[in-house]
Design a protein around this ligand. Structure first.
Ligand code: IMP
Ligand code: MG
Length: 180
Protein backbone atom coordinates (compact mmCIF):
# COMPACT_ATOMS: atom_id res chain seq x y z
CA UNK A 1 0.00 0.00 0.00
CA UNK A 2 1.35 3.44 -0.92
CA UNK A 3 1.72 6.29 1.57
CA UNK A 4 -0.48 8.47 -0.63
CA UNK A 5 -3.51 6.30 0.03
CA UNK A 6 -2.99 6.50 3.83
CA UNK A 7 -1.75 9.97 4.63
CA UNK A 8 -3.68 13.20 4.24
CA UNK A 9 -0.78 15.50 5.06
CA UNK A 10 2.87 15.08 6.09
CA UNK A 11 3.55 16.92 9.34
CA UNK A 12 7.24 16.12 9.78
CA UNK A 13 9.39 14.81 6.95
CA UNK A 14 12.38 12.49 7.43
CA UNK A 15 14.71 15.46 6.95
CA UNK A 16 12.88 17.57 9.52
CA UNK A 17 12.93 14.69 12.03
CA UNK A 18 16.65 14.22 11.53
CA UNK A 19 17.33 17.97 12.06
CA UNK A 20 15.18 17.98 15.16
CA UNK A 21 17.02 14.96 16.64
CA UNK A 22 20.33 16.74 16.02
CA UNK A 23 19.13 19.88 17.80
CA UNK A 24 17.68 18.01 20.80
CA UNK A 25 20.69 15.68 21.07
CA UNK A 26 23.13 18.61 21.15
CA UNK A 27 21.16 20.38 23.87
CA UNK A 28 20.81 17.22 25.98
CA UNK A 29 24.54 16.44 25.60
CA UNK A 30 25.38 19.87 26.95
CA UNK A 31 22.86 19.77 29.80
CA UNK A 32 23.80 16.26 31.01
CA UNK A 33 27.58 16.42 30.57
CA UNK A 34 28.26 16.06 34.31
CA UNK A 35 25.22 13.96 35.17
CA UNK A 36 24.39 10.27 35.32
CA UNK A 37 22.03 10.16 32.35
CA UNK A 38 19.53 7.34 31.90
CA UNK A 39 17.32 7.59 28.83
CA UNK A 40 14.01 5.85 29.49
CA UNK A 41 12.11 5.16 26.27
CA UNK A 42 8.39 4.62 26.52
CA UNK A 43 7.50 1.69 24.29
CA UNK A 44 6.41 1.22 21.67
CA UNK A 45 5.89 4.71 20.29
CA UNK A 46 9.34 6.09 21.17
CA UNK A 47 11.32 3.35 19.43
CA UNK A 48 12.44 5.27 16.32
CA UNK A 49 12.88 8.55 18.18
CA UNK A 50 15.00 6.90 20.89
CA UNK A 51 17.27 5.32 18.28
CA UNK A 52 17.82 8.58 16.37
CA UNK A 53 18.06 10.78 19.46
CA UNK A 54 20.70 8.64 21.20
CA UNK A 55 22.91 8.77 18.09
CA UNK A 56 23.05 12.52 18.65
CA UNK A 57 23.92 12.34 22.36
CA UNK A 58 27.65 12.68 22.97
CA UNK A 59 27.82 12.46 26.78
CA UNK A 60 27.84 9.17 28.75
CA UNK A 61 24.40 7.62 28.98
CA UNK A 62 22.57 4.37 29.58
CA UNK A 63 19.23 3.34 28.17
CA UNK A 64 16.21 1.42 29.40
CA UNK A 65 12.56 1.00 28.38
CA UNK A 66 9.12 0.89 29.94
CA UNK A 67 5.75 0.04 28.48
CA UNK A 68 2.82 2.03 29.77
CA UNK A 69 -0.52 2.25 28.15
CA UNK A 70 -3.63 4.36 28.40
CA UNK A 71 -4.70 4.24 24.78
CA UNK A 72 -7.26 2.30 22.82
CA UNK A 73 -7.85 3.34 19.16
CA UNK A 74 -7.77 7.15 19.02
CA UNK A 75 -9.19 7.85 22.51
CA UNK A 76 -7.24 7.85 25.75
CA UNK A 77 -8.82 5.81 28.56
CA UNK A 78 -7.26 7.84 31.38
CA UNK A 79 -5.96 4.82 33.31
CA UNK A 80 -2.21 4.14 33.06
CA UNK A 81 -0.93 0.58 33.28
CA UNK A 82 2.75 -0.37 33.54
CA UNK A 83 3.03 -3.42 31.31
CA UNK A 84 6.84 -3.63 31.25
CA UNK A 85 8.99 -2.09 33.95
CA UNK A 86 12.63 -0.91 33.84
CA UNK A 87 15.44 -3.47 33.99
CA UNK A 88 17.77 -1.03 35.80
CA UNK A 89 17.25 0.43 39.26
CA UNK A 90 16.61 4.16 38.62
CA UNK A 91 18.03 5.20 42.00
CA UNK A 92 20.65 7.93 41.61
CA UNK A 93 20.16 8.38 37.86
CA UNK A 94 19.27 11.60 36.10
CA UNK A 95 16.39 10.22 34.10
CA UNK A 96 15.28 11.63 30.81
CA UNK A 97 12.00 10.08 29.71
CA UNK A 98 11.88 9.77 25.92
CA UNK A 99 8.31 9.83 24.62
CA UNK A 100 6.71 9.99 21.20
CA UNK A 101 3.95 12.44 22.00
CA UNK A 102 2.62 14.39 24.98
CA UNK A 103 -1.14 14.73 24.75
CA UNK A 104 -3.37 14.70 27.86
CA UNK A 105 -0.27 14.24 30.03
CA UNK A 106 -1.83 11.31 31.92
CA UNK A 107 0.84 8.78 30.89
CA UNK A 108 3.85 10.97 31.55
CA UNK A 109 2.69 12.43 34.84
CA UNK A 110 2.16 8.91 36.28
CA UNK A 111 5.53 7.70 34.99
CA UNK A 112 7.35 10.80 36.22
CA UNK A 113 5.86 10.43 39.68
CA UNK A 114 6.66 6.72 39.77
CA UNK A 115 10.34 7.22 38.83
CA UNK A 116 10.84 10.16 41.19
CA UNK A 117 9.41 8.00 43.98
CA UNK A 118 12.07 5.35 43.29
CA UNK A 119 14.93 7.67 44.14
CA UNK A 120 16.00 9.05 40.76
CA UNK A 121 18.18 12.18 41.21
CA UNK A 122 16.11 14.03 38.62
CA UNK A 123 13.34 13.18 36.16
CA UNK A 124 12.83 15.21 32.99
CA UNK A 125 10.91 14.68 29.79
CA UNK A 126 11.93 14.79 26.13
CA UNK A 127 9.00 14.45 23.75
CA UNK A 128 9.16 14.37 19.98
CA UNK A 129 5.71 15.91 19.62
CA UNK A 130 3.61 18.03 21.95
CA UNK A 131 -0.12 18.70 21.63
CA UNK A 132 -0.46 21.53 24.19
CA UNK A 133 -4.18 22.05 23.45
CA UNK A 134 -5.01 18.52 24.68
CA UNK A 135 -3.60 18.70 28.21
CA UNK A 136 -5.73 17.31 31.07
CA UNK A 137 -2.88 17.17 33.63
CA UNK A 138 -0.54 20.07 34.45
CA UNK A 139 2.69 18.73 32.96
CA UNK A 140 5.16 20.13 30.44
CA UNK A 141 8.12 18.56 28.65
CA UNK A 142 11.64 19.89 29.18
CA UNK A 143 12.69 19.13 25.60
CA UNK A 144 10.19 19.33 22.74
CA UNK A 145 10.74 18.39 19.11
CA UNK A 146 7.68 20.13 17.71
CA UNK A 147 4.34 21.40 18.92
CA UNK A 148 1.44 20.26 16.77
CA UNK A 149 -2.30 20.99 16.63
CA UNK A 150 -5.02 18.74 18.04
CA UNK A 151 -4.85 16.11 15.29
CA UNK A 152 -4.24 12.38 15.36
CA UNK A 153 -0.90 11.55 13.75
CA UNK A 154 0.87 8.32 12.80
CA UNK A 155 4.29 7.17 11.65
CA UNK A 156 7.86 7.19 13.02
CA UNK A 157 6.76 4.91 15.88
CA UNK A 158 3.27 6.35 16.37
CA UNK A 159 0.39 4.03 15.67
CA UNK A 160 -3.30 3.77 15.06
CA UNK A 161 -4.37 0.42 16.53
CA UNK A 162 -0.76 -0.85 16.23
CA UNK A 163 -0.47 0.02 12.54
CA UNK A 164 1.58 2.62 10.62
CA UNK A 165 4.48 2.72 13.13
CA UNK A 166 6.89 1.85 10.32
CA UNK A 167 6.30 5.00 8.22
CA UNK A 168 9.60 6.95 8.22
CA UNK A 169 7.82 10.34 8.57
CA UNK A 170 4.89 11.69 10.63
CA UNK A 171 1.57 12.43 9.03
CA UNK A 172 -2.14 12.86 9.54
CA UNK A 173 -4.04 9.70 8.70
CA UNK A 174 -6.89 9.90 6.18
CA UNK A 175 -10.26 9.53 7.95
CA UNK A 176 -11.16 6.47 5.87
CA UNK A 177 -8.15 4.59 7.35
CA UNK A 178 -9.59 4.61 10.89
CA UNK A 179 -11.99 1.79 10.18
CA UNK A 180 -9.43 -0.41 8.40
P1 IMP B 1 -1.38 11.04 27.05
O1 IMP B 1 -1.29 10.18 28.29
O2 IMP B 1 -2.78 11.42 26.73
O3 IMP B 1 -0.45 12.22 27.06
O4 IMP B 1 -1.05 10.10 25.83
C1 IMP B 1 0.19 9.83 25.42
C2 IMP B 1 0.20 8.58 24.56
O5 IMP B 1 -0.96 8.50 23.73
C3 IMP B 1 1.36 8.62 23.63
O6 IMP B 1 2.46 7.95 24.18
C4 IMP B 1 0.85 7.90 22.40
O7 IMP B 1 1.10 6.52 22.51
C5 IMP B 1 -0.63 8.12 22.41
N1 IMP B 1 -1.02 9.21 21.48
C6 IMP B 1 -1.41 10.45 21.79
N2 IMP B 1 -1.68 11.18 20.70
C7 IMP B 1 -1.44 10.37 19.64
C8 IMP B 1 -1.49 10.56 18.20
O8 IMP B 1 -1.82 11.62 17.65
N3 IMP B 1 -1.15 9.48 17.46
C9 IMP B 1 -0.76 8.27 17.99
N4 IMP B 1 -0.68 8.07 19.32
C10 IMP B 1 -1.02 9.11 20.13
MG1 MG C 1 3.20 5.88 23.46
Amino acid sequence: MSYESLIERVLLSETEISELCGRLGAQISEDYRDKKLLLVGILKGSVMFMADLMKNITCDCQIDFMTASSYCGTKTTGAVKIKKDLDLDPKGFDILIVEDILESGTTLSSIKELLAGRGASSVKICTLLDKPDCRKTAIEADYIGKQIPKEFVVGYGLDYDEKYRNLPFIGVLKPECYSR
